[in-house]
Design a protein around this ligand. Structure first.
Ligand code: GLC
Length: 436
């Protein structure tokens, strides 16, 4: 009996021996899977962001490193795009249209919010930031991030069009800095006659977004306007617009601006100005640290002031600027918001500005001792920012800007008379806005 029992039990004993092996294997597999999952979960989350090539440098110089050191679970991947902001916008737009955007953080020009928000591409950030926190930023920079009452973009840096001039040359020749376009042309002519410069004045004349930004300033200086965002009235066929165009054309015809000016974007104009051949340059504040770099021929020789106007009309300054939004399709919304909080913080902005000479969006930084000791004109810049003109904050802005760019460029390069060009531009814009 006993023998028989023993024999019958044998398979069970064998099974018992097999069980621990099975459990062991199952546990081992579990451990392996768990470790893989853990390793995967420890892989940093990568946030993709597209920006112009000149902007990428100051981002990489410090704030990204600092952010990553503070947030080891998050990496920022910068993709460098073209220099012209409208080409960058095209890239973002095609990515959004094609489906899930590969970009998590959207580094946005101040003019993009209405279009991107209206298309439903951006996450609504309204509930993530309090009124008190927003009050630390320049109100127009915050406005540039709103669409239909909701907030989609937190201002990272502001920007504003300014006039640079060669302080040394003006002083030597006994000139005061110009207040009007007429002064600017007169000084340029005189310095050119004296052989001090090759060119008087550089501005951005290529058919691209920078042309529209530059032109709103000249328009404002002549008392004109492009589109009234409240009434959608279009001012492009008004006499003030034609006077503004005539002045720009004069700069070329009188040899004050080089003929190539109608093909220049910001960096072309900066390089020529920096080489020391020109008296005046209209551009953005990013030029200052570059023009004052150790190896710059005009280091310590330039000054900065608000754009010139005409008698009775003070000069206009175009409000530019960049801010951060989050793509609605991003899979890393929590991390993207952590990044935005850091990049728009006072600490990060101070460092970014000290590196690149950008305009702060936080008001306290315009008078921050460290910043003012490096850039003494910043308190004055705050006044210019406060009076700056926004390009029309409308959802159809990219199309409106495209119309202006096409016709203005045709008028400046003598392909069509300014009257006909602006009549056509005004009519097309009215049709676009349904206000015609
Ligand atoms: C600067 C401004 C931006 C503007 C662009 C035009 O980058 O910050 O707002 O659209 O220049 O070229």
């Amino acid at each position: 009996m006993f023998e028989l029992k023993k024999l019958k039990q044998q398979p069970k004993i064998l099974q018992k021996i097999k069980y621990p092996t099975g459990i062991f294997l199952a546990v081992l597999l579990g451990i392996i899977l768990f470790s893989i999952a853990q390793a995967l979960s420890q892989q940093p989350v990568v946030l993709n962001m597209l920006m112009t090539a000149p902007d990428a440098q100051p981002w990489r110089q410090g704030i990204i490193k600092d952010f990553e050191a503070k947030n080891p679970g998050i990496r920022i991947n910068i993709i460098e795009g073209p220099n012209a902001t409208n080409l960058l916008e095209d890239l973002y737009t095609s990515a959004f249209i094609l489906g899930d955007s590969p970009y998590d953080l959207i580094n946005m020009d101040v003019i993009w919010t209405p279009k991107f928000a209206a298309a439903g591409w951006l996450l609504d950030l309204s509930d993530r930031i309090s009124k008190q926190e927003l009050a630390a930023f320049s109100p127009k920079d915050v406005e540039g991030g709103r669409y239909e009452g909701k907030l989609y973009r937190i201002p990272m840096r502001s920007d504003v069009g300014v006039l640079y001039y060669r302080e040394d040359l003006l002083k030597q020749a006994g000139f005061q800095p110009p207040a009007t376009f007429a002064d600017l042309l007169k000084i340029s002519e005189s310095l050119k006659k004296q052989g001090k410069i090759n060119w008087g004045y550089l501005w951005q004349g290529r058919q691209y977004e920078g042309l529209a930004a530059m032109f709103v300033e000249v328009l404002e200086g002549f008392g004109g306007y492009w589109v009234n965002p409240n009434t959608l009235e279009v001012g492009l066929d008004k006499p003030e617009t034609l006077k503004a165009i005539a002045t720009l054309k004069d700069t070329i015809q009188q040899g004050i601006s080089p003929p190539g000016v109608t093909t220049y974007i910001e960096e072309d104009t900066r390089r020529i100005f920096q080489s020391g051949q020109t008296a005046f340059l209209r551009s953005w504040p990013y030029v200052w640290p570059l023009a004052n770099a150790q190896d710059s021929p005009i280091k310590g020789k330039i000054a900065i002031q608000a754009m010139v106007g005409t008698p009775g009309n003070s000069g206009g300054a175009c409000l530019g600027g960049w801010g951060l939004g989050i793509s609605k399709s991003s899979k890393h919304i929590k991390e993207a918001w952590t990044a935005i909080q850091y990049f728009t913080s006072e600490e990060a902005q101070r460092q970014f500005i000290l590196n690149a000479g950008f305009v702060p969006s936080r008001r306290s930084l315009f008078t921050d001792p460290q910043i003012v000791s490096k850039y003494p004109y910043y308190p004055q810049l705050l006044k210019i920012v406060d009076q700056a003109v926004l390009r029309p904050p409308i959802a159809q802005y990219p199309q409106a800007s495209d119309i202006l760019q096409r016709y203005l460029s045709a008028a400046l390069t003598n392909r069509i008379t300014p009257e006909r060009a602006m009549q056509a531009a005004a009519n097309e814009t009215r049709r676009l806005l349904g206000s015609g």
